[in-house]
Design a protein around this ligand. Sequence first.
Ligand SMILES: Nc1ncnc2c1ncn2[C@@H]1O[C@H](COP(=O)(O)OP(=O)(O)OP(=O)(O)O)[C@@H](O)[C@H]1O
Ligand SMILES: [Mg+2]
Length: 240
Amino acid sequence: MLTIEKLSAGYGKVQVLHGISIDVPRGKVVTLIGSNGAGKTTTMRAVSGMIAPTGGTITLNGKRIDGLEPYHVAKLGLAHSPEGRRVFATMSVTDNLTLGAFPRLTGSRPRGDVPGDLERALELFPRLKERRTQLAGTLSGGEQQMLAMARAVMLNPEVVLLDEPSMGLAPILVDEVFRIIERLKSQGVTMLLVEQFAAAALAVADYAYVLENGHISVHGPADRLRNDPAVRAAYLGGGH
Ligand SMILES: Nc1ncnc2c1ncn2[C@@H]1O[C@H](COP(=O)(O)OP(=O)(O)OP(=O)(O)O)[C@@H](O)[C@H]1O
Ligand SMILES: [Mg+2]
């Protein structure tokens, strides 16, 4: 579904990713774990077109997407819930969600049932439902985080990139985010997940890659990596 091959990318003269390869098969959840600054967000940005790769290829459903503009990548069915709460502050919750479906409304993605999906998104995130008319900029940080995730789902995407969906959330809401990821997975949504809670990410994922300084150091089935002593020592030390 999503195939990243020998991807290199960075910022100006600084190369961050040094030829990484990641495969995200249809209907699977793949997680990318790694320390702060390893290049996880940079990987997501290169895939969604926010930065242009300097090498390698990215294919979605067999189509090359590397170097395309973000809007074009979204039209091809890739949704990105970016790191940090990137919502449209002066628009309501409902309008933010509708905007997530924009390529469907303009006919560049299959339209499907946008109002129905809006209702379903609000059912999935009850906190947003209660605040549907509120301006997104006045939501709490955690609520904005959920809105970014819900907005990505509104594309009715082929693949969703989730960059730290639980960042800044209280423990009870972190659990809620992982329940939502489980729910999306059971609906067959394909996901590439980056999470600070590596143990929880490995529990929900089918397959995992470890990124170290812009290189993939280890990859394998998520349950195998969960029991790998080196991975445990480096990333699962917090007892999560
Ligand atoms: N806009 C930017 N301009 C220049 N350098 C950047 C930019 N964004 C990130 N970097 C650098 O690229 C490297 C990788 O950053 P990236 O955000 O991809 O890490 P990450 O794995 O997502 O880390 P974290 O777990 O902290 O989110 C870091 O050294 C960072 O300082
Ligand atoms: Mg990051």
